[in-house]
Write a protein that binds this ligand. Structure first.
Ligand SMILES: Cc1cc2nc3c(=O)[nH]c(=O)nc-3n(C[C@H](O)[C@H](O)[C@H](O)COP(=O)(O)O)c2cc1C
Length: 331
């Protein structure tokens, strides 16, 4: 069973992926979504979205945009880079994305329009491989659909994607408006995987520990893999834990220094993110990470209020001085 790091905006940049990597990594790392229009405008920050570490051969570039032409032009750019594949974001239901025609809007537009976009992206990936380099895999991350979703509609949509050359599907099995309080429907992933055995179908949603990992595998035994977002943001070591739990790797009873991990992350943010992003990237990550500790909410609000990186370092050190038992953490 393959393990995938989910794309998370402002989180799954290289500094965060390095944290996942130091615990043994995962099978594929999805980059945070890249806005195709911004990439094409070649703004000052775009190069930071194109770092490919820590394991470039396992990196998947996720693209988002409302324009099919721009998606294809951006695919032409990332097709020249390292990486395993290109993923099309058809799952994001945040209103500021969906309302513009991006994310889940691609599931709801006239199907010919979406088919044309996928065809144009595919053709860029095929063209880029004409020099003999390996063609990048084309994948789509999607939801069930909007509130009028039926399995038949979803399957017809996925049939179109496959006909246009999509080679892997990740299903976050919630509808457009379903919030996280409602459990995602893993049986829909199983039905999709049964319907399309010719391609890998990946399950996403609500896998957060060994118990939910086992339950998800049981509910969708035909899924090719499991993609994890929120739980990985909180515990970048989750993939190692799941491998230990399923007997794929040895439990070395290892501990890590949670203060050092936080400090290393800040240093990597300084290396791999533009200065203008430092504050928000630290806030995003520490909002999840701090919840691992005894006084998680207090720690979280302290880190979110850090004025700059030096202050964040100071606040990290202060927390572990006050709570020394939290510092050496077992996986
Ligand atoms: C902070 C955050 C940022 C996200 N950004 C993206 C994104 O850039 N692209 C995307 O397809 N999904 C994005 N998602 C959705 C996740 O990839 C995933 O589908 C969702 O969180 C469900 O998985 P989980 O239960 O493991 O968290 C984001 C989720 C979170 C929490």
């Amino acid at each position: 069973m393959k393990l995938y790091l989910a794309p998370m905006d402002a989180i799954t940049h290289q500094a965060f992926r390095n944290l996942v990597g130091r615990f043994g990594g995962c099978d594929e790392y999805f980059n945070e979504m890249i806005n195709a229009s911004s990439l094409l405008n070649n703004g000052p920050w775009e190069k930071y979205y194109l770092f490919d570490g820590p394991e470039p051969e396992k990196l998947v570039w996720q693209l988002t945009d409302k324009s099919g032409e721009k998606m294809a032009a951006a695919a032409r750019i990332v097709a020249q880079l390292n990486g395993l594949g290109v993923d099309l974001n058809m799952g994001c239901s945040a209103p500021q994305i969906a309302k513009t025609g991006a994310g889940i809007a691609w599931m709801l537009k006239p199907v010919e329009e979406t088919a044309a976009m996928v065809r144009a992206v595919k053709s860029e990936l095929v063209n880029a491989a004409k020099d003999g380099s390996r063609e990048k895999r084309l994948s789509v991350k999607l939801r069930l659909g909007n509130e009028e979703y039926t399995e038949e509609k979803l399957h017809n949509f996925c049939q179109m994607l496959i006909d246009e050359g999509v080679q892997l599907l990740t299903l976050h099995a919630r509808t457009q408006k379903q919030k996280h309080s409602r459990h995602s429907d893993w049986s829909a992933v199983q039905h999709l995987a049964e319907k399309f055995p010719q391609i890998p179908v990946v399950l996403n949603g609500d896998v957060k520990d060994a118990a939910s990992f086992e339950a998800a595998k049981k509910a969708a035994p035909n899924a090719a893999g499991i993609m994890i977002a929120t739980a990985a943001a909180q515990k970048p070591w989750i993939f190692r834990k799941l491998r230990i739990a399923s007997g794929e790797c040895k439990d070395d009873a290892g501990c890590f220094d949670a203060l050092q991990l936080g400090l290393d992350f800040i240093l990597d943010v300084e290396r791999f993110q533009p200065k203008e992003f430092w504050k928000t990237r630290l806030q995003r990550f520490f909002a999840f990470y701090c919840l691992n500790f005894s006084f998680g909410h207090y720690f979280q609000s302290s880190m979110i209020n850090a004025s700059d990186n030096e202050d964040a370092r100071k606040r990290l050190a202060e927390y572990f001085e006050k709570c020394p038992d939290d510092r050496m953490k077992r996986l």
